[in-house]
Ligand binder design. Structure first.
Ligand SMILES: CC(C)(COP(=O)(O)OP(=O)(O)OC[C@H]1O[C@@H](n2cnc3c(N)ncnc32)[C@H](O)[C@@H]1OP(=O)(O)O)[C@@H](O)C(=O)NCCC(=O)NCCS
Length: 159
């Protein structure tokens, strides 16, 4: 039985935090690990909203940190489900910094996180399809297929 699809917009999630000294390195800029933690959380919220089930992180793709985010800046993370496969889904996350005095906003990172939906016994379950509506959502949907192929090839490769 085919599950009913849901629009991408129903999965949207956003986190806004002030960068505090405890989250920073000695130069006063946010730790990469702190950003990755927030990426995982905001992505999980999108995955929950779409699947309405338990989810676990199966993979996080390569992440670049393009600009430093300073103590006192806002760190803003936005996520939504790009594509559902069977029991797994790719969530896209964009990270921005915002200067609280000038409002200047910079795109600092993008990330793709794969989640698997599980039942209460920990078994993977089928996820409803996602329906891309905007041109941007359709582009992300199309490109997610190639990213998945690459990801699964990397997983299969002996290390
Ligand atoms: C993720 C997990 C449930 C997958 O289990 P598994 O036995 O490989 O399950 P399956 O082979 O049935 O794969 C289930 C789905 O996950 C996908 N998947 C598994 N590993 C993946 C990976 N590294 N990258 C992308 N997708 C992956 C499969 O392609 C499949 O997707 P599909 O149903 O949409 O086609 C299991 O590896 C796990 O529990 N990992 C630990 C998760 C965790 O604790 N995360 C927190 C950080 S440690």
């Amino acid at each position: 039985m085919q599950l009913e699809g849901k629009p991408v917009r129903e999965s949207h999630a956003e986190i806004v935090e002030v960068v505090l000294p405890n989250d920073a390195n000695p130069l006063g800029t946010i730790l990469g690990g702190k950003v990755l933690h927030l990426v995982d959380i905001v992505a999980a919220v999108a995955a929950y909203r779409h699947s309405r089930s338990y989810v676990v992180t199966a993979a996080m793709d390569h992440v670049d940190f393009r600009h430093p985010i300073r103590v006192g800046d806002l760190v803003i993370l936005k996520s939504s489900v790009n594509r559902v496969f069977q029991t797994s889904m790719e969530v896209g996350v964009k990270v921005f910094s915002e200067n609280i005095l000038t409002g200047e906003r910079r795109h600092t990172s993008s990330a793709y996180v794969t989640f698997v939906a599980l039942d209460s016994e920990g078994q993977p379950i089928t996820i409803p399809p996602v329906i891309p509506e905007s041109e941007e959502e359709k582009r992300r949907y199309e490109q997610a297929e190639a990213r998945r192929r690459y990801r699964l090839e990397q997983r299969a490769r002996p290390r």
